[in-house]
Design a protein around this ligand. Structure first.
Ligand SMILES: Nc1ncnc2c1ncn2[C@@H]1O[C@H](COP(=O)(O)OP(=O)(O)OP(=O)(O)O)[C@@H](O)[C@H]1O
Ligand SMILES: CC(C)(CO)[C@@H](O)C(=O)[O-]
Ligand code: BAL
Length: 283
């Protein structure tokens, strides 16, 4: 049975009871509209902890675009059913009032270089909002381990910085991206694609896998990047916002393969009104 907890007090009582029995807590924060990617995180938590808590909260503070927030899919009944089926022990679905008792958060995070590029650059304030809500949730749940998807590659890096610098003492576990059979990274926003856009969306991952193949076959980083940019320019439907090849640890953009031990290619592109992100390891 999955307990649905709606207030921080209910959550606190649930956590206190489980901790007093010596049980370990795994935590999966989400914004709902759940899919197999989220369930994979929940299953990983179930394997590695006595108790799994998920949260569902569409966090206004991390949206820099009012339409994106308004149109973000909300499917609460379906979400709680899905979490029940994978055996999640509790789902925390707080109100905005409970998470933000004050009008507007006054705190400000600066994650340095890790937020100067990609999502941080194109969604100003986004990682501040993520940092604030994840800190609040970490304080309320106080889990042993917390699970985040590699689909949001930069977010995972930011959360690792947050957990380390604020001494949360929580193991941050990254989970590989779960994809549809045609390669499209699962994402809550995919359900806003039209049928036609849904046919085109896998091209993003196709371009990334071709970049990986070129890199493995010895192409220079400059050639890989140019080839990717040409492919996006040729697509009428995909409107590229950024394509970056970065040091996978520092997120510093790199110019040559020898600039980083591990290199990650990250992309954001619009298909109509819907903004999709994806990434792949190149080295
Ligand atoms: N395809 C996926 N594979 C693995 N993890 C994922 C996948 N999609 C989302 N996640 C992870 O699930 C957690 C919650 O993400 P979120 O609720 O924002 O869903 P989402 O599908 O990323 O939605 P969107 O990208 O449309 O905001 C994050 O840690 C995210 O990285
Ligand atoms: C981590 C998170 C739940 C914070 O709102 C969100 O950014 C997400 O769903 O990836
Ligand atoms: N999965 C990242 C949450 C967001 O796009 O705001």
């Amino acid at each position: 049975m999955t307990f649905v907890l709606r207030s921080p007090d209910e959550l606190k009582a649930f956590i206190k009871a489980r901790k007093s029995q010596g049980q370990s807590i795994g935590f999966v924060p989400t914004m709902g509209a759940l899919h197999e990617g989220h369930l994979t995180l929940a299953r990983a938590s179930k394997r590695e902890n006595d108790v799994t808590v998920c949260s569902v909260f569409v966090n206004p503070a991390q949206f820099n675009n009012a339409d994106d927030l308004k149109n973000y899919p909300r499917t609460e009944k379906n979400d709680t059913d899905m979490l029940g089926k994978v055996g999640c022990d509790a789902v925390f679905i707080p109100s905005a009032q409970d998470m933000y008792p004050q009008e507007k958060p006054t705190l400000g995070f600066d994650f340095g270089q890790a937020e100067r590029v990609m999502e941080g650059r194109f969604r100003p304030g986004h990682f501040n909002g993520v940092g604030i809500i994840v800190s609040k949730l970490f304080n309320m749940v106080s889990p042993d381990k917390a699970y985040f998807g590699e689909k949001d590659f930069q977010q995972l890096a930011i959360i690792r910085i947050l957990a380390k610098e604020l001494c949360f003492g929580i193991d941050i576990i990254g989970v590989p991206t779960v994809r549809e059979t045609d390669g499209l990274a699962m994402s809550s926003r995919n359900r806003r694609l039209t049928d036609e856009e849904r046919q085109i969306a896998p091209d993003i991952y196709k371009i990334l896998t071709e970049a990986k193949k070129d890199a493995k076959e010895g192409a220079s980083l400059k050639d890989v990047k140019e080839s990717v940019l040409r492919k996006f320019a040729k697509s009428e439907a995909l409107d590229l916002e950024y394509f970056e090849i970065v040091n996978a640890d520092s997120l510093q953009p790199i110019e040559n393969w020898c600039d980083a031990e591990r290199a990650q290619a990250c992309v954001a592109a619009f298909l109509g009104q819907v903004r999709l992100i994806d990434n792949i390891n190149l080295k």
